[in-house]
Ligand binder design. Structure first.
Ligand SMILES: *[C@@H]1O[C@H](CO)[C@@H](O)[C@H](O)[C@H]1NC(C)=O
Ligand SMILES: *[C@@H]1O[C@H](CO)[C@@H](O)[C@H](O)[C@H]1NC(C)=O
Ligand SMILES: *[C@@H]1O[C@H](CO)[C@@H](O)[C@H](O)[C@H]1NC(C)=O
Ligand SMILES: *[C@@H]1O[C@H](CO)[C@@H](O)[C@H](O)[C@H]1NC(C)=O
Ligand SMILES: *[C@@H]1O[C@H](CO)[C@@H](O)[C@H](O)[C@H]1NC(C)=O
Length: 419
């Protein structure tokens, strides 16, 4: 009897342990725990407002990895540094980038319309008439940072979230942002890029070296293009080519064509309470000469931010007097701060994700961005979502495993009427 009892308890304990293990596996699978897989180039930030990081071996090669940043201890109201002192000192900074020394040419904000210059780097591929092709100004301009070699990613985007004809009126236009590649490979890629441009008319390129440290130049090219060639666009989104973007949700649920377009509006995954990385051995070292303050203003993760069309020329104009930082999203945040504009927090923390959200049609029909996609994955999930659009949250199979994911925190589904 005694023996039997003990055996039974052992069984119970084993069963208990196995269940626990199962739960852990399930959680990891659901990506509730941060991913360790290099594929997802993990961004070790867990919640938008929370700004947690943990020291593990994430692959941090991603353009918008949070390892670029340092969390500033003080997370309260003082975080959004009043940048006026920064601005005043700015003339004494070493300009962040080559050739940027002469960009301080005086162009006042209001003067930009109509006669904005292309900036220090001339366009090598441009689409000056893209915005005017319809009688109506576009509701949304999508600016997608990409590199010449990422042909597959561009093609996947053209077929999925960047398909201009997939959304009925008022629609959007899609533009890929590129710099130039050096050497033999560069010449070859350039030839292919020109052909691609002639076919799709969705490429913008300026004559700067396409590199991680030049991402800011790339973004400013996009701002410059909107300011010069499409100032009447209602909204602009800047994003990357490894993103999933739910353009339909963005247009119809967040921006809403039926209401008057906002002005001075900027939103995305708000990064609050970060400061420069001062570790000289780090890939993301930020020299105090370039950025002397110990905090960054609130900025939105470069994986995807959205702003009203009027801001393109304002941000571009401000950039002429703000020394370049190579962190594109931080830099745009600094420009906004000098304009006195604070990014609007998103209606909920699940809209703009700069990590990868595990796929379910229900979750993906209620978010705007998710990060870290291969082109084939993009196609697969996009088509699944389109096919399940009208019953995205009905529990069935994999696409409908929703309750757990959607209701953590009890914040879904969200109500946009108030925003
Ligand atoms: C990180 O990922 C990139 C490509 O995404 C790869 O080239 C690189 O080798 C990876 N690094 C590590 C340490 O896994
Ligand atoms: C920033 O500080 C200056 C002077 O210190 C003040 O005049 C200005 O109103 C402040 N701006 C904000 C947005 O707090
Ligand atoms: C800056 O550019 C302007 C014209 O764009 C030129 O006249 C001026 O000499 C340049 N200044 C410097 C310091 O290079
Ligand atoms: C874009 O969407 C339209 C309408 O749904 C479709 O007919 C077209 O084939 C799509 N284009 C691409 C490149 O997939
Ligand atoms: C950025 O582009 C300029 C112009 O092509 C180039 O001279 C510079 O080396 C690039 N900077 C980096 C860090 O790649």
């Amino acid at each position: 009897m005694q023996w039997r009892r003990r055996r039974c308890c052992t069984h119970a304990a084993v069963f208990y342990l196995l269940s626990l293990l199962g739960l852990v596996v399930f959680l990891v699978h659901q990506a509730w725990l941060p991913r360790l897989s290099p594929l997802h180039s993990g961004v070790p930030i867990i919640g938008a407002g929370e700004a947690h990081t943990a020291k593990t071996k994430w692959n941090s090669s991603s353009q918008h990895s949070a390892w670029r940043l340092l969390i500033v201890a003080q997370l309260n109201s003082g975080v959004n540094a009043n940048l006026s002192s920064h601005k005043k000192e700015s003339t004494s900074f070493h300009p962040g980038g080559p050739r940027s020394g002469n960009t301080t040419a005086t162009i006042a904000e209001g003067e930009l319309d109509g006669r904005i210059s292309p900036g220090p780097f001339p366009y090598t591929i441009n689409e000056p008439d893209k915005c005017m092709q319809d009688r109506q100004a576009p509701f949304l301009v999508l600016l997608i940072a990409t590199e010449a070699r990422q042909v597959e990613a561009r093609n996947a985007i053209r077929q999925t979230w960047g398909n201009e004809s997939a959304l009925p009126a008022p629609g959007f236009i899609r533009l890929f942002l590129l710099g130039k590649t050096e050497g033999e490979l560069g010449i070859l890629q350039q030839r292919m890029l020109v052909a691609e441009s002639q076919r799709y008319h969705d490429i913008l390129q300026q004559d700067f070296l396409d590199s991680y440290k030049n991402l800011t130049i790339k973004t400013l090219m996009g701002m410059n293009w909107v300011a010069a060639h499409c100032p009447q666009a209602s909204y602009v989104m800047k994003t990357d080519s490894d993103m999933f973007v739910n353009t339909e949700y963005l247009v119809y649920k967040l921006l809403r064509p039926e209401i008057k377009p906002k002005k001075n509006y900027f939103t995305g995954n708000n990064m609050r309470g970060f400061g420069p990385n001062r570790n000289k051995n780090s890939k993301w070292y930020m020299p105090p000469e370039t950025y002397p303050e110990d905090k960054y203003p609130t900025f939105c993760s470069g994986t995807g931010y959205v702003f009203s069309g009027d801001l393109a020329s304002k941000i571009y104009g401000a950039s002429l007097n703000v020394p370049r930082l190579h962190l594109e999203d931080v830099y745009v945040g600094v420009c906004l701060a000098t304009l006195g504009i604070e990014p609007t927090p998103p209606a909920n923390a699940f809209l703009f994700n700069h990590w990868r959200v595990s796929y379910s049609s229900c979750k993906y029909s209620h978010l705007i961005t998710s990060h870290g996609f291969q082109p084939n994955e993009l196609l697969k999930y996009w088509h699944h979502l389109q096919n399940n659009k009208h019953n995205a949250c009905v529990a069935k199979g994999r696409g409908g495993r929703t309750r757990s994911g959607m209701q953590r925190g009890g914040k879904f589904p969200i109500n946009f009427q108030k925003s």
